[in-house]
Design a protein around this ligand. Sequence first.
Ligand SMILES: [Zn+2]
Length: 302
Amino acid sequence: MKSWLTACITMIAAAVLLAGCGAQSDGSVQSDGKLKVVASFNAMKEFTQAVGKDKVDVVTLIPDGTEPHDFQPTTKNLKELSHARLFVYNGLGMEPWADKTLEVVDNKNLVAVDASKGVQVIANTDKHDIHEHGRDDPHCWLSLQAAQTEVQNIAAALAEADPANAEFYRENAVAYNEQLQQVLAEYQEKFQSVPNRQFVTGHAAFAYLCRDFGLTQRSVESVFASGEPSPQQLASLADFCKQHKVKTIFSETMVSPKISETLAKEVGASVKTIHTIESAEGKATYIDRMRDNIEQIYQSLK
Ligand SMILES: [Zn+2]
């Protein structure tokens, strides 16, 4: 009887051990107890960290400083994904390589999280963009409204992958979204008294931000930061700037500022940096950079 019991306990212990090992090798929980998440780019990482805090370990697939619209995954990326539990991506054509990459990753427990699911999509209007990148403008994380949907989707996925901490993730998502909503409400009120509603930027990444505040963007480069404008387009943009007395031309960190600078010089405007949050910028958080974006646009228009 005793030896039977011992054998039984040994078997259970072995099964538990094996299960433990299995969980580790498929990446659901690391040896430090954290859920391993691969995010496609910086904003997705920020949202995941805001919700998962110390219970997640998040890395970005697209290296910081890389123009994400030109990115192609490497074997190193496949390896990262093979050890992860969640892959958080924006969707809407921001990661056109995602489907094919997930097909070849050897990790049956990897869950792909389409963060933009449920966001009201803005369609591309540029013919070249539609041809090259599909019908959707992917930059929805630059809307404080749409970002809240993304945060909720990420929280739901974390809760499903790690049910023991589901409540923790939900509470963090609610608290974070309250912060986003606060900035949104603050500036929606401020912009009400601004009659000028058009701003000029380098890469047309801000259609969703514009929607939050009833603004319009005019841009030097297309939605996907591809293709410099023709001399005619640049001339018409310069006319537009002069006509609307544009004081500021915005330029992004990863897009060449040259054309923005040329344009600014021609129309007597200054160039200011605006953040697409596609890449990390020091310690500046998503909220820091969104606030900075919106405040700068507000200052340039009021
Ligand atoms: Zn972009």
